[in-house]
Design a binder for this molecule. Sequence first.
Ligand SMILES: Cc1ncc(COP(=O)(O)O)c(C=O)c1O
Length: 423
Amino acid sequence: MNKQNGFALATWTSFIAESQIRALLRYKVKYYFAGGKPGVIPTDAFAEILAHLSELYKENPELAIEDLNYGPTGGQPWFLKTLARRLHDVRNLPIDPETEWENVTITNGSQQALYALLDTLIDTGDVIITPSPSYLGFLVPAVKLGARIVTVPTDLDGIIPEYVERAIHLSKVKFGRTPDMLYVVPDSDNPKGTTLPMSRRQALFDICETHNVLLVEDCAYAEIQFKKTLPAIKTLDKENSRVAYLGTTSKEAAVLRVGYSVLPPAIKEQVLKDKGYLDLCTSTLVQRVLDEYYSKYIDDAMKRSVPEYYKRYKAMAKAIDESFPAGERTDPTGGFFIWWESEKKDFDSKKFMMDVAIPNDVIYVPGGPFYPLTGYSLNEDGTDLVDSKVQPNTMRLGFSYADEEEIEVGVTRLGQLLTKELG
Ligand SMILES: Cc1ncc(COP(=O)(O)O)c(C=O)c1O
């Protein structure tokens, strides 16, 4: 219990802080490289869609009444069919859009799907394996719900399957439990920006099959790929029994708060039960808008947005390479983020951001929140689990929101400030 001004708040309120990325939104700075905000939104497409719907609703008030009303918790069938078609045609998921569209479900953002999945699978003490570092929007709710997080080393190709196998073994030995899930963002990961090669996708799938672990595949950035998009791990899951596939409209359409997922049936049923209590349903009007977008506009919109994100990535990579002090950066082939690590292990990127970067009008996300508040990681030789530690000398730089020129000026300014600090 957490007593505050006479109120007996739930225990978690005393150890879970506000999302550090949300908190950073309060700072109004000129050079914004913090949250993963899309900066290229097809506003013209949405203006057309809204104009079309305005006419349609005038002509057909009955449709308007339906669209402005409560709907099924998992989404409207017409929208689920549209999403199933895209998942089949573009992502090659083993889903028949005509007969298996009910395998698709929507949530209020994929964030809600992550939360509901955790809520559905995790009892206190259950084990989850994640890459180190990992998306904080997954880590924090997992810790809140009492999971033991075991973080596994990553390299420039993402999580290393051999260590995942070791982590599963050690979890059995140390906690007497097989992990409930493995969480990965295979395409242009958040926060590191790395992409899992096909061999690792296959290896992770096989490991999860062997040990009966749910593989949560968060494909938030799968549509934002600069060169080629690799097949989703879900394509290996022909029976829809091993992989929870999560997509989101936030990055490829607009932040209308709709995520879409394909979940093994037993899990889907419980996730929907949970969602029914969390929000009853997702707005039908929003589904109508997105149905139009996914049916008629997305291909053209992505043809415009992906090259623009690519330009921004190139501007950021160049500015880092030309102005940052000694360290290492990742080289993403899509998505929104570059991860940078200073050579100086004791560099505190959060303190530096508060004391130096923000007063100079630049903001990023310090690496700290991408490591779990409490949890375990493999030791150096992978033979034991030790308390996980934050790597304070890291930062995530988002190239999605600022334009090329702002990136060039802002990242160079940051590099000069870092060079002054670190030599
Ligand atoms: C990897 C990842 N998963 C999920 C989300 C949540 O996205 P949304 O709730 O907007 O669908 C984000 C948002 O930044 C993300 O980066």
